[in-house]
Ligand binder design. Sequence first.
Ligand code: NDP
Length: 369
Amino acid sequence: MDLSALLLSLIPSWTSVAMILLFFTYLAIVGSLLPGKVVPGAVLSDGTRLHYRCNGLLSLIVLVFLLGIGGWMDFISLTAIADRGLELLSTTFVFSVFMTFLLYITGYNSRSQSSSLKPRVTGNFIHDWWFGIQLNPQFMGIDLKFYFVRAGMMGWLLINLSVLANCIQVTDLSRSMILYQIFCVLYILDYFFFEEYMTSTWDIIAERLGFMLVFGDLVWIPFTFSIQGWWLKDNEVELTTAAVVANCLVFLIGYLVFRGANKQKHDFKKNPKAHIWGRPPKIIGGKLLASGYWAIARHSNYLGDLLVALSFSLPCGISSPVPYFYPIYLFVLLIWRERRDEARCAQKYKEVWAEYRYLVPWRIFPYVY
Ligand code: NDP
C-alpha cells in the first residue's frame, strides 16, 4: 500500500463512526442491565469503596452470539472490522481524544471532595490531560475506567475474530493462525471470567483517568495486541509439530504464573489467612504476601504476562520483528510499571516493604535484582 492509499484508508467513514458508537452504546446498556457479581473495590483514602458489576463475560458472550447470528443471516459482514481496520483505528483514536477533553473539562470543574471525583489539578494542561484529573470519573452510574478497559479487551477479540473470518474466506487456516487465535481467546475469556480481579489492579486503584489510560484501553490494547493476527493474515508460516508443542508450553507456563500470582494476591487481600499451595501464607507486617508466586519474585505476575505475550508472537516464527511488537512493548511497560509500583509501595508500606524486599530480593524474574 503506498502512502497516499494508507492516508486515505485512515480517514474515518460514517460506517466506522456508527460501528464504534454502536459498540460503546451496546456496552453501556448491557453493562447496566445484565446480571453479574457486584464486587466492592479497594477502600479509597476517604474510606469509601466503589462497587463494580462484573458482567463482562455475559456481555461478551451475548455480543459474539448476536454478531454470529447477524453474520449467519447476512445482516452484517463478519469481516467488516478486518476490512476497515485502519479506519476503525483512526475513529477510535479521535473518540479517545474527544473523550479525554471531556474528562478534563468535567474533572477540572468538579467540586466534589470524594476520593473518586476530587480534582487533582497540577495546572500543567498536558500533564493533567495525559494523566487525568479524577480517580474514578463516572457517566450515568458507569465507572468509566472499568468500562473502557472492558471495551478494549472485547475490541481485541472482535478484531481477531474478524481477521479469522477473513482468513477462512480466502485461504486454508494455518497452524500459526489457529494457535494465535486459541491463545488470545483463552486469555481474553480468562480476563472476563476473572474480571473481578481487575478491581484490585494498579490501573483501577491508583491511576487517574486521562489520555494515557483511555488511549491505552481503547486504541492500544485492541489495535496493537492484534498485530500478530493482521500479520499472519498476509504472511505464511510453517510450524513444525515440535514448535507447536513448545509454543503451547510457553503459553501454559506463562498462563499458570500470570493467573496464579494474580489470584493469590487477590485471595490474600480478601482473606489473609487463605492457604497458598496448601500451606498458611507467610505474611509480612500483617500486610504483604511473601508466599507462593510472591515469594519467587516481586511482581512475578508480570513474568507470567510476559511469557503469555511471547506465546502470542511465537506462532509467527522469527522472519520478522513486527509480530513481536506486543511482547517487546509489554516488557518495557512492565519494567517501568514495576519501578513505579515499587516506589509507591515503598512509600505506602515503609519498613514492611523493606522487609519484603529483603526476603524476596528478585524483581519480576527470579534471580534478577
Ligand atoms: P498488581 O496487580 O501486581 O498490583 C500492584 C499492587 O499490588 C501494589 O501496588 C500493591 O497494592 C499490591 N502488592 C504488591 N506486592 C504485594 C504483595 N507481595 N502482597 C500483597 N500486595 C502486594 O499490578 P498491576 O495492576 O500493574 O497488574 C495486574 C496484572 O495486569 C498483571 O498480571 C499485569 O501483568 C497485567 N497488566 C497487563 C498489561 C498489558 O498491557 N497486557 C498492562 C498492565 C498490567 P496495595 O497498595 O493494594 O497493597
